[in-house]
Design a binder for this molecule. Structure first.
Ligand SMILES: *Cc1c(COP(=O)(O)O)cnc(C)c1O
Length: 414
């Protein structure tokens, strides 16, 4: 929840626009994004880390809508991409290649070639085999590749196991214990310049201590690199910064991360990079959805069946994530129900046994905090067209993406 979504005269607003009005105009399910929320998060992050020589690279995978990327790029953000498709989006949103970095545990040769040709700030290599392939492609293209090495610091941050990535038992990066061997090998690669070290220890990490410990590990690797004559100009501590998902939740504020990390990072002789994704976008968007039916079983259990589903937002099914559900029109009373979608899976729910504000059939609800890992993880499951997206800024409403049509869903089939 954030201050850009609020009730006025019992109606839920995004900035200066009523969500009821948007639901009627654009139909549902509808993603609604607050532009000012995006900007506030970005500026808050920048202020927290202002003492550092740094570049914040928004992690595009959290929400890759072009309007969202462009908003952050225009504010000064760099970008972190994970694939050829995300790089294509980043460039289309007007980002300068010199502010783009690329990760990805399984980049193809074509993806590497595309990134090299675009001359992005750095490609982050996640294995020795990938380093060899980058060298081969760079040699063929006669391009000096600017490469970061993704180091797995062997720090297991407390978070959902599906989004913990800092341990060598997960697939990401190169084990810190293999760094000497890796750096010696890469030193011989003539078309690679190792310009950075990177880590990304996971997502939604509430305790800054994990970053502190991992930074110490990455600093050891930096010393080692320098001992071997490799100059590290970029020091990237990744993303994973948390946001609150419950109303009133006291999630560790970004300023607390800065308080612990800035004194350590300030003395590092390199540009500091950050890769926040969720932090920038999670609370900037909601899904507006219409209540289709309400039913009750013989035990008295209630179901609120809405027109959004797991194909629009899979986080509850995938990670058991919590999302607030708010009626668009506040009425007296409460109900306790499972809030579910129309998809043929019992896992298709937004909330279970949840007490929410009173809703009746035909009423609209908002599924909150849907900006990160929402639309980007959507699918056509049950042949459901993907939702439309709008961006609100003050009183201004822009359709950021048209609703997908039935024709578009079958257009590539022969
Ligand atoms: C997903 C990802 C991020 C962003 O993570 P958040 O938890 O959304 O901040 C940053 N860097 C890399 C390499 C990632 O894969």
């Amino acid at each position: 929840m954030d201050t850009f979504f609020y009730y006025k005269n019992s109606l839920l607003f995004c900035e200066s626009v009523s969500l009821l009005e948007l639901a009627k105009k654009f139909g549902t399910p509808l993603f609604v994004t607050s532009k000012q929320s995006l900007l506030e998060q970005y500026h808050r992050f920048e202020k927290a880390f202002a003492a550092l020589n740094h570049l914040t690279c928004y992690s595009v995978k959290a929400n890759y809508n072009l309007s969202v990327i462009r908003t952050l790029v225009d504010a000064g953000s760099g970008l972190d991409v994970n694939s050829e498709g995300e790089l294509y989006r980043a460039l289309n949103a007007g980002a300068s290649p010199q502010k783009i970095i690329m990760a990805g545990v399984g980049k193809t040769e074509a993806e590497i070639e595309y990134a090299l040709r675009q001359k992005i700030l750095m490609i982050k290599a996640e294995s020795l085999s990938e380093l060899k392939l980058i060298e081969k492609v760079a040699r063929r293209l006669k391009i000096q590749a600017s490469v970061g090495i993704r180091v797995t610091p062997n720090i297991t941050a407390e978070t959902h196991p599906y989004i913990s990535t800092g341990n060598a038992d997960e697939k990401f990066g190169i084990d810190e214990r293999l760094m000497e061997k890796t750096l010696l090998a890469v030193k011989k690669m003539k078309f690679i310049t190792v310009s950075g070290l990177e880590m990304h220890i996971g997502s939604k990490i509430s305790n800054p201590k994990y970053y502190y410990d991992a930074t110490l590990k990455l600093l050891e690797v930096k010393s080692l690199a320098e001992k071997l004559g490799i100059e590290i100009t970029h020091f990237d501590i990744g993303g994973g910064f948390p946001v609150p998902y419950h109303i009133g939740e006291q999630e560790t504020p970004i300023e607390e991360f800065a308080k612990m990390l800035v004194p350590l990072l300030k003395n590092i002789d390199a540009k500091i990079l950050f890769e926040p994704g969720r932090f920038m976008v999670a609370n900037a968007s909601v899904i507006v959805s219409k209540t289709l039916y309400i039913k009750q079983n013989e035990n008295g259990k209630k179901f609120v069946i809405v027109d959004a589903a797991m194909n629009d937002l899979i986080r509850p099914a995938l990670y058991g994530s919590y999302h607030e559900i708010l009626p668009i029109k506040k009425k007296a009373g409460k109900i306790t129900a499972d809030i579910v979608g129309p998809v043929c899976e019992s896992g298709d729910f937004f909330a279970r046994a949840r007490e929410i504000g009173s809703v009746q059939e035909g009423d609209y609800v908002a599924v909150m905090s849907a900006g990160a890992y929402g639309y980007v993880m959507s699918s056509n499951y049950n042949a459901r067209p993907r939702a439309a997206e709008v961006m609100v800024s003050g009183k201004t409403v822009r359709l950021a993406r048209k609703r997908e049509t039935l024709e578009q869903m079958i257009q590539n089939e022969r």
